[in-house]
Design a protein around this ligand. Structure first.
Ligand code: SF4
Length: 476
């Protein structure tokens, strides 16, 4: 419950010119959980792009007045961002727009390149000038470079995919086409759908298709490009060298919305299953099972069903404050939890509670939640976590921290239990992760350290925002 998602991407292609901006607005609204730092929409009106991007939530950035000022068009892409490379600045808002010799392009990216630093250095040494500090601009540069050597945007994207390494689900548009693709590992989700009036949609999650009343068609395959254009739809499945399926297992556990279906598996069902397995392996003598809102609720229900212990609501989340990790300092993080969550005293008082949550990162949030329950009168608090312990950072577009900040790297199970104040603690077993995503190759590197791609040489999120003295060192 304390990890930032990466980003959400959304695109719409209409065979005829019409008012598209509301479709993208609602799509981004449905994907807001994937990124709350900034958002943006670009509309393509016969090759002329109109854009608005800014810091803030979708509802803060796009007023009714602003939306009604957008022109009609037939393609649009949108983005919600939480930056995993590059800081929170207006410059880093997406979609990224590029003007080049053969036209223009707008691109929305979810993920994180693992060879971004090498590619950017190579481009900068050949004279490229970057306007942002995000790895998404590097992707835009590589595609543009290939576009100048290719007959079409899809050929350029296909060629670029041989150069890009790591996690990227992209939605992009040229003057005439919308394209979407997933990296050959398939780290991040991406699916397509169609509205009743014939518009095609590409979105990070199927919940965004439902938000715009579109019917789910299918997931984009790892390594696949799908092109929507005046000549219809086509799929390019030159998989850039077949890679091992590496879908982020944490999308099921935490990132994605429970009403999304990914790789044919309902996120809600996957979380129920996690709770059932936890109940099997880590039973507790208790009176009530509660979930940490929101992402612990489904697994708590699964725990309750399997254990027979009644399920209830014990914690209430204040929906009107930002995520705790947006707070910059340690002290404000702690205060953030206090403001964000409160216990229903009448539900937990005098009871032995099983508290189910999706993860423990640093441990301070969980410690505070256990304390809130105790202050409300809970007799015992047994913590059950629907993921294995985090012991490695993530390089594929999430904010799972460096090892020194991960509590499970520094402490034993018993120590974590003591630090958080829990009466007992049980984690989901790594060897049973495959049951949460049946039939899908997945990445679980943050739990086991087996990274599907080479680990990047420089992993600092702010590596392009360093002081001049530090930056110069990179070139000496
Ligand atoms: Fe997902 Fe963890 Fe792999 Fe990152 S390292 S992609 S969070 S499973």
């Amino acid at each position: 419950m304390s990890i930032h998602e990466e980003c959400g991407v959304f695109g719409v292609y209409s065979p005829t010119r019409c008012h598209l901006v509301e479709t993208v607005y609602y799509g981004l609204y449905a994907l807001q959980h994937r990124g709350q730092e900034s958002c943006g929409i670009v509309i393509n009106d016969d090759g002329v792009f109109a854009a608005h991007k800014d810091l803030g939530l979708v509802e803060e950035v796009f007023s009714h007045e602003l939306l009604s000022g957008f022109p009609e068009g037939n393609i649009s892409v949108g983005h919600v961002r939480y930056g995993t490379t590059g800081g929170t600045s207006r410059n880093n808002c997406q979609p990224i727009e590029v003007n080049h010799l053969k036209g223009r392009m707008a691109l929305a990216h979810n993920g994180n390149l693992s060879n971004a630093a090498e590619l950017r250095k190579e481009l900068e040494l050949s004279g490229a000038i970057f306007h942002t500090t995000s790895d998404s601009e590097t992707i835009a540069y590589i595609i543009t470079r290939e576009r100048l050597r290719s007959a079409s945007i899809e050929e350029a994207l296909n060629r670029a995919m041989y150069t890009l390494d790591g996690a990227y689900s992209l939605v992009l548009m040229s003057p005439q086409k919308m394209l979407c693709c997933r990296d050959p590992y398939g780290f991040r989700p991406l699916c397509i759908g169609r509205t009743k009036d014939g518009k095609y949609i590409a979105a990070s999650e199927s919940c965004a298709l439902e938000a715009v009343d579109a019917e789910f068609i299918r997931d984009v395959d790892p390594g696949e490009i799908i092109v929507f254009g005046p000549d219809g739809i086509c799929s390019i499945t030159d998989h850039c060298g077949q890679k091992e399926g590496s879908f982020c297992i944490f999308e099921y556990i935490y990132f994605s919305r429970p009403d999304s279906v990914i790789n044919g598996v309902s996120v809600h069902e996957s979380r129920l299953k996690a709770g059932e397995i936890l109940a099997e392996l880590h039973p507790a003598e208790a009176d009530l099972v509660i979930g940490a809102p929101d992402s612990g609720l489904d697994a708590a229900l699964g725990y309750s069903r399997r254990s027979g212990i009644p399920y209830g609501i014990g914690l209430i989340k204040n929906k009107y404050i930002g995520r705790t990790f947006i707070s910059p300092g340690q002290q404000s993080r702690v205060e953030g939890v206090r403001i964000k969550l409160s216990a229903i005293s009448s539900a937990v008082k005098g009871k032995r509670i099983v508290l189910v949550d999706d993860s423990i990162v640093r441990g301070n949030t969980m410690g505070r939640v256990v304390n809130i329950l105790r202050e409300a009168g809970a007799k015992e608090v047994h913590v059950r976590i629907s993921s294995p312990p985090f012991i490695h950072p993530c390089y594929y577009g999430t904010d799972i921290d460096s090892e020194e900040n991960l509590i499970a790297c520094r402490h034993t199970l018993q120590e974590i239990s003591k630090i958080t104040g829990a009466d007992s603690l049980g984690y989901f077993p790594p060897e049973r992760l495959s049951e949460l995503a049946p039939g899908c190759g997945f990445c679980s590197a943050c739990f086991g350290g087996r990274y599907p791609t080479p680990v990047p040489a420089d992993t600092r999120k702010d590596r392009y925002e360093l002081k001049l003295s530090e930056r110069t060192k990179q070139f000496t």
